[in-house]
Design a protein around this ligand. Structure first.
Ligand code: CP3
Length: 322
């Protein structure tokens, strides 16, 4: 994830020549180009589509902006009446440039390189929609979910349907696998975890597989801790991406017995590079490489990361033997 981020000079160049971040997401020619840049440079096994989880609220009709050094800014939705202004009708038309990007990337990728499409999970997307951007304490969205669970469920349900449509359209256009990012799964009160994280992702996975039974689904409930084990019981989930706080030995015993595990080098180890990075990567490879496993970071590449560290990591993982 975050392969095409600000750590690559060739990305920053295109970004500086394009209007806003969303304009880049909606210009297939350029979005395809920045999707391919890291593949040309590093030869990863898979590319991740260049897009964002916030194109879904945008496609539903919410005002979304990305401001320089401020991150995303949305016109907040905090009540049932504000919710009624959003509609899934027209979503696929508005997001048509994203699917065109998928088609372009597929036609240019080497056949052995997989293309991963993605969406945010309903809970994580709802946090941005309700808070109006990135949050410290999630007081508005958690307050709403705790105070009026039935009303809040309408927002989650709307996002479940929109997310299914969005993921199916990416697979129709040629995505080889899809990933569902629940970046803020770790802040959900335990009593609401099933309702806000587990069940919405289960429903999305089930409905997606009705249309694309052979396209693998990777779930990423970041920070879910002990709740990670609940995802292996969702039959439609093929892979679980683990954050850097999950001990590999635990993941091997509790998760890898049922699903492919993806993860979980700490982004700071990649930023540091050298022996620090190789030591951390080795700890993960020693535990996980005997079972079904995708080597990955525990979260995105940080903007200050030297690209040479990424090249060194790819080389190290590819040549590693137990
Ligand atoms: O390799 C890639 O870049 C793949 C495409 C991708 C982006 N966002 C592009 C992006 C993916 C998979 C995402 C997912 C995403 N977006 C998540 C879930 C994964 C995660 O990182 O936790 C979330 C929570 C978002 C929402 C989002 N997008 C935020 C909060 C921000 C601003 C803060 C930040 O980290 O930059 C973005 C902007 C964004 N999305 C950038 C990129 C490359 C940086 C924007 C820029 O170039 O100015």
């Amino acid at each position: 994830m975050r392969q095409a981020g600000r750590y690559l000079p060739e990305y920053r160049k295109i970004r500086s020549q394009t209007g806003g971040f969303l304009d880049l997401c909606y210009t297939p020619e350029l979005a395809a180009e920045v999707t391919l840049q890291p593949i040309r440079r590093f030869g990863f096994d898979a590319a991740i589509l260049f897009s964002d989880i916030l194109v879904v609220p945008h496609g539903l009709g919410q005002a979304v902006e990305f401001r320089e050094n401020e991150g995303p800014v949305l016109k907040p939705v905090r009540s049932e009446s504000e919710l009624s202004f959003l509609s899934a009708e027209g979503l696929l038309d508005r997001l048509a440039p994203v699917y065109e990007t998928v088609r372009r990337v597929k036609s240019e990728l080497p056949p052995e390189t997989a293309l991963i499409g993605f969406a945010g999970a309903p809970w994580t997307v709802s946090t941005y929609m309700v808070e109006g951007g990135t949050s410290r304490d999630f007081s508005k969205v958690k307050g709403w979910a705790l105070r009026a669970p039935k009303e809040f469920a309408r927002l989650i349900d709307l996002l479940v349907d929109a997310t299914v449509d969005h993921l199916v359209a990416q697979a129709d256009a040629g995505a080889d696998a899809i990933q569902i990012f629940d970046t803020w799964a770790g802040v959900v009160p335990a009593g609401l975890f099933a309702q806000l994280c587990l069940e919405p992702v289960r429903t999305i996975a089930r409905k997606f597989k009705e249309k694309h039974p052979d396209v693998p689904i990777i779930a990423f409930p970041r920070g879910a801790g002990l709740q990670y084990t609940r995802f292996i019981r969702i039959r439609e989930i093929d892979g679980l991406s683990i954050d850097s706080a999950v001990p590999p030995a635990w993941a091997k015993q509790e998760l890898q017995i049922s699903v492919t595990v993806q993860g979980n080098l700490d982004s700071i180890a990649l930023l540091e590079g050298g022996t620090t990075m190789r030591t951390e990567a080795t700890r993960i490879l020693e535990e996980m490489s005997a079972g079904p496993f995708i080597f990955n970071l525990g979260h995105g590449v940080l903007p200050a990361t030297p690209p040479e560290h990424v090249a060194e990591l790819v080389e190290f993982v590819r040549s590693w033997r137990r």
